[in-house]
Design a protein around this ligand. Structure first.
Ligand code: ZN
Length: 258
């Protein structure tokens, strides 16, 4: 893994790794958990799919364009945003990146782009894969960039950490990139008088952006709680659909006894 980029090759990733790729020419990143056997479990918007500017629709929707590699590629429970895809469909010719855990605060702050690393520590790969597979069966709530986006899904699988505040900003870097904009607006008020040059303004803006990102990192927040994956659906009312509650018991047992 390079010092300035998390770019990795396919043979370098291990089951349980949090991987991501950039979609729509670097405007947003898509995150998932590599579960081994060229398979990725990831979370994507379910209802907003048509409104998104997706040009190719074959990445995880086998009904529109069947995956040539794996027959079960694109598997998901009805009305669930958690999808199992093969690595090819997940990447869609994009580059592969590996999300970093337990980075030092200085490394974290040196990253210009949010959503590439965290100071939080990751759990063992078996635990990470168990969470991902469990959520594949049981869902991860409704997709929302501020609360439950694909990065949050992967972060949760890796750490088991959830932010308690339901009204708060998103816990992930993508969401805090969005709240960076109001900070830039804030700088035009009194602080502007203290800054003689445009360079100074830019530096302070970037600094405040980084600090806001740091403050929302799950590794440093004090309002995060560790939630066992089995309790997620119960605690937060996250279920795919009511009819499936009866099936939870069966699928749980299948996973744990495997
Ligand atoms: Zn595929």
């Amino acid at each position: 893994m390079g010092l300035l980029s998390n770019r990795v090759e396919r043979h370098e990733i291990k089951p349980g790794d949090h991987i991501y790729t950039y979609r729509a020419v670097f405007t947003y990143s898509h995150h998932g958990i590599f579960v081994g056997g060229s398979k990725v479990v990831h979370f994507r918007p379910e209802r907003n799919l048509k409104s998104m500017t997706e040009t190719s629709s074959n990445w995880d929707d086998p009904t529109s364009n069947p995956c040539p590699t794996f027959p079960d590629c694109g598997f998901r429970q009805p009305n669930c945003g958690v999808v199992l895809s093969c690595l090819d469909c997940f990447l869609r010719n994009g580059s592969l990146y590996c999300f970093e855990y337990e980075v030092s605060p200085s490394v974290f702050l040196s990253r210009i782009r949010g959503g590439t690393c965290t100071t939080a520590s990751a759990d063992p790969p078996e635990t990470v894969i168990h969470r991902a597979m469990y959520l594949l069966q049981n869902g991860f709530g409704n997709y929302n960039v501020f609360q439950n986006n694909c990065e949050d899904f992967a972060l949760y699988c890796k750490t088991g950490l959830l932010i308690q505040d339901k009204q708060g900003v998103g816990r992930s870097g993508q969401a805090s990139s969005v709240i960076g904009a109001p900070l830039a607006a804030m700088i035009t008020s009194p602080l502007k008088l203290l800054m003689p040059s445009p360079v100074g303004v830019a530096t302070v803006t970037a600094g405040m952006y980084c600090m806001s990102r740091y403050a929302t990192d799950i590794g440093v927040r004090s309002d995060v709680i560790k939630v066992p994956v089995e309790d997620l659906a119960v605690n937060l009312g996250w279920t795919c659909q009511e009819e499936e509650i009866a099936e939870h018991e069966t699928s749980d047992r299948q996973i744990t006894t495997r």
